[in-house]
Write a protein that binds this ligand. Structure first.
Ligand SMILES: *[C@@H]1O[C@H](CO)[C@@H](O)[C@H](O)[C@H]1NC(C)=O
Length: 149
């Protein structure tokens, strides 16, 4: 019975670790983080548009994954695709960002930001369906309102 208790405690500990590594940014926290990483105006995309994009794609949740109809998967706060930009070691990938997809789920979003810069450099902001559907031609100023950025 001691052994059972031991396993139970380890299980509780693992749950706590898993909960701690899932991060949902607040709107302003993300705005500040993106600004500090040089995303404001990057490739002509305003900070408010980047925040709107992240809201549309992941609701600011770093652990978001979604499967696409072609079998590929989108990862993280910017929903970066594993056919083109990151690799999970299984799905065939061009791995344009030279990054492992799991790094794009970290609560440290610097790898996601670096990859988003690569994507916008090569394809422009219209690469993101969420941006096209929910941010393009809209007043996005609300996304950074009151954030002091
Ligand atoms: C986030 O990751 C980058 C690159 O891996 C690293 O340089 C930086 O120190 C990390 N930031 C934090 C707060 O851990």
């Amino acid at each position: 019975i001691k052994t059972l208790l031991y396993y139970f405690l380890i299980w509780v500990l693992l749950l706590l670790v898993a909960a701690a590594s899932a991060k949902r940014f607040t709107r302003c926290e993300l705005a500040r983080t993106l600004k500090a990483a040089g995303m404001s105006g990057y490739k002509g995309v305003s900070l408010a548009n980047w925040v709107c994009l992240a809201n549309a794609e992941s609701s600011y949740n770093t652990q978001t994954t979604n499967r696409n109809t072609d079998g590929s998967t989108d990862y993280g706060i910017f929903q970066i695709n594993n056919r083109w930009w990151c690799t999970n070691g299984q799905f065939p990938s061009h791995n344009g960002c030279r990054v492992s997809c799991s790094q794009l789920l970290s609560d440290n979003i610097s790898a996601s930001i670096a990859c988003a810069k690569t994507i916008v450099n090569q394809q422009g902001i219209t690469a993101w369906v969420g941006w096209r559907n929910r941010c393009r031609n809209r007043d996005v100023s609300q996304y950074i309102a009151g954030c002091g950025v």
